[in-house]
Design a protein around this ligand. Structure first.
Ligand SMILES: CCCCCCCCCC/C=C/CC(=O)SCCNC(=O)CCNC(=O)[C@H](O)C(C)(C)COP(=O)(O)OP(=O)(O)OC[C@H]1O[C@@H](n2cnc3c(N)ncnc32)[C@H](O)[C@@H]1OP(=O)(O)O
Length: 389
């Protein structure tokens, strides 16, 4: 869509009749000074740009009005005249900004939009789009989607304490960025093998009790981030999933799985107990009998079984998984973001308090389990390679 579109072509209703006045081309005499040529060229350039979104169009509108008419000089529209009020607010927010500055800002804004739309036509390699600062994840934002990819493929994306902390950071950043949806996925053949069992090995001088205490705090904080995440959260389960990577799926809004994925929570085998609010979400999703088979007896589900039981939204053949899922997600990411966020809140908010309480209780119980002989022996068996799932 170009900026010179008709009202019907704009997707966000609040600004649906927002005509960028730059297109009207009635430049006042005051604006006809030194940078008049640049300004006029920006006015023409703006018509050729890809739709920059309503927020930017409001900025362009405000700068144009300020550059050509000076400070806002019209009465404030009524509260129900949403479109004109948004335009008036944007213009009025510029206060007494001089016309020349507004004209320059308009030129700069259009020039920035032109260069970013030039570069967005080329697909940058993932390495260039990667957000810095993460060692166990690859985090990228593109097409209004923030993708958080667990990136320890040689260890089946087992979650170290560093990875828990980085996922929390990435979720907090994603909740504030301008993406519409957020995705968690895994690099390599596994989605994740769950808690990295070597988390049990670096015991501090204060002893195992302290380790269990700090582990329970970490777990609680980690799960809280999923409970509170405000935007649609999608799991793209590219392969087998184990332990905590399965239990938190009950806190996602959508779960897409490859037909190679399996879902396994071997808590009893490990002398442990359910977390990620699964003691509440799983019985709710699949009924208490099926939840017990998974959470107490460690029954491993195929992707098709997990879908039949409501844990997974849809299963795709592995050969077309990535293509089909990302095509779908790109389409969803174009839906109005505020509406999606509000719908999620309406669906989830009434359970939040309960989920936080359940998370606290599960973490408390697990803290005790980590100190049990059953747990210690199971972890030692894995680490000394006597046992595998
Ligand atoms: C006091 C404690 C405080 C802890 C603080 C933590 C806070 C949060 C805790 C939340 C609790 C969560 C509970 C769970 O998630 S339970 C699930 C735990 N996961 C497992 O038990 C899986 C163990 N792994 C396996 O059984 C197998 O590796 C596998 C996943 C079936 C894959 O087998 P496969 O033969 O294909 O591959 P390998 O075994 O050769 O694996 C390749 C290498 O990756 C290492 N690996 C894999 N998974 C883990 C893991 N979960 N923890 C540590 N290491 C893992 C494996 O050892 C190989 O490494 P190597 O090449 O160096 O030998």
């Amino acid at each position: 869509a170009r900026l010179a579109y008709s009202a019907e072509q704009i997707s966000v209703p609040v600004c649906s009749s927002l005509q960028v006045p730059a297109l009207q081309l009635h430049v006042s005499k005051t604006a006809m000074r030194a940078s008049q040529k640049d300004f006029e060229s920006a006015l023409s350039q703006v018509k050729l740009l890809k739709d920059p979104g309503n927020e930017v169009k409001l900025k362009l509108y405000a700068l144009y009005k300020q550059a050509t008419e000076g400070p806002c000089n019209t009465p404030k529209p009524g509260v129900f005249d949403l479109i004109n009020k948004a335009k008036w607010d944007a213009w009025n927010a510029l206060g007494s900004l001089p016309k020349e500055t507004a004209r320059q800002n308009y030129v700069d804004l259009v020039s920035g939009l032109s260069s970013s739309s030039d570069s967005s036509s080329q697909v940058k390699p993932e390495a260039d789009r990667k957000q810095p600062g993460y060692e166990t994840l690859v985090v990228t934002s593109e097409d209004s989607i923030t993708k958080i990819m667990m990136n320890r493929p040689a260890k089946k994306n087992a979650m170290t304490t560093q990875m828990y902390n980085e996922i929390m950071l990435a979720l907090k950043a994603a909740s504030k960025d301008d993406s519409a949806i957020t995705v968690l996925t895994g690099n390599g053949d596994y989605y994740s093998s769950g808690n990295d069992l070597s988390n049990f090995t670096d015991i501090p001088p204060e002893g195992i009790e302290e380790k269990a205490k700090s582990g329970a705090i970490l777990l609680r904080d980690f799960v809280d981030c999923f409970i509170d995440f405000p935007k649609p959260l999608i799991a793209v389960v590219n392969g087998p999933a184990v332990g905590i990577s399965v239990t938190i799926l009950g806190l996602f809004d959508t779960v897409y799985a490859s037909n190679r994925a399996t879902f396994h929570t071997p808590f009893s085998h490990l002398g442990q107990s359910p977390e990620g609010c699964s003691s509440y979400t799983f019985p709710k999703i699949m009924g208490p009998a099926k939840a017990a088979e998974m959470l107490i007896f460690g029954k491993k589900l195929t992707a098709a079984e997990a879908c039949a039981q409501g844990l997974v939204t849809e299963v795709f053949p592995d050969s077309t998984f990535q293509k089909e899922v990302w095509t779908r997600l790109k389409a969803y990411s174009k839906l109005p973001p505020n509406a999606m966020r509000i719908s999620k809140q309406v669906i989830r908010n009434r359970e939040k308090e309960k989920l936080h309480a359940i998370n606290a209780e599960e973490s408390r119980v697990l803290q005790e389990r980590w100190l049990s002989d059953e747990c210690t022996n199971a972890v030692m068996n894995f680490l000394t390679r006597k046992a595998k799932l």
